[in-house]
Design a protein around this ligand. Sequence first.
Ligand SMILES: Nc1ncnc2c1ncn2[C@@H]1O[C@H](COP(=O)(O)OP(=O)(O)O)[C@@H](O)[C@H]1O
Ligand SMILES: [Mg+2]
Length: 330
Amino acid sequence: MKTKKSKQNSAPKKPKAKKSKNHQSRPKKHYHNVLKSLHQKHQHQKHEKVRELEAIAAELAHENGAEKSRNGSGGKKEVIVKVKEFNFFYNKGKKQALFDINMDIKENTITTFIGPSGCGKSTLLRSINRMNDLVEGSVSSGEILVFDQNIFDYGYDVTELRTDVGMVFQKANPFPISIYENVAYGPRSQGVKKKNVLDQLVQDALEKSALWEEVKDNLYAPALGLSGGQQQRLCIARAIAMHPKILLMDEPTSALDPIATLKVEELVLNLKKDYTIIMVTHSMAQATRISNYTAFFLKGELIEYSSTKRMFTNPKDKRTEDYISGRFNG
Ligand SMILES: Nc1ncnc2c1ncn2[C@@H]1O[C@H](COP(=O)(O)OP(=O)(O)O)[C@@H](O)[C@H]1O
Ligand SMILES: [Mg+2]
């Protein structure tokens, strides 16, 4: 990503702590300017996000919930995530978890990742919003393009990436605050302050997460008092209150009972019109129930990636066939 050099003359600062070896040759001023312009850009984007959220809230108030699809989908779907020759390693390169992954994911679709435990599904999912950056000693090569921009480019703004790419985890993890505050958390942290805007965003997110009817009279009750299924829907509400473009979900129903699972599946299907959803599932039945596309992984490799219907009726690869027919044992 290109970074503009700041025109303003800035006060010299103390040298930063250690820099990684391959960057040592760059002059300090360069770093200073890059950091400064990143900060300015981030502030600008934050304001932009606030404006976007305020506009959405106004639209919602006006249309009384009948939200238009802002992506203008209807025609040909665009590729929103493009994975190119992507390799991923843990433990400073000692453990390779993904091998040469290539895949295109289209907007407003649901894609499921399936495969035996340990085959790299979560690793790939977490790479898409650079959550794996937090794992010490992890290294990757190749590219992941989100909206045509390589998220690993020097200077790429990870904070912005995470406002566009939300995440829901296997275990519901609401904050120990009220239901309302959990959902308002994201917009608030971006700088949305107006109560009516927050109220609108919270209600909309809770409605889309099929939780509103159950909690509307109790919005200020502690989130941790909700049932497991409700907590997971709250986490979905928390993610979508930010109006991300992409929603990553890592086995979001594996800790839920069948009824709570169906509720989450139903709401995920409803979200498809506004979001692109990428979901890891251990359940092939779930993949067939909800997804448009399925990717089958084995030992870090993407073995087959096609429409869900095709994968489950006419798989190309013998290994896929063995796995989906339950004949797989390794
Ligand atoms: N933080 C980590 N450190 C080292 N190895 C890891 C880490 N997370 C996952 N792995 C390894 O990477 C491989 C892929 O894991 P993962 O992506 O979690 O698989 P899946 O989600 O398909 O079960 C596994 O062999 C796993 O043990
Ligand atoms: Mg996993």
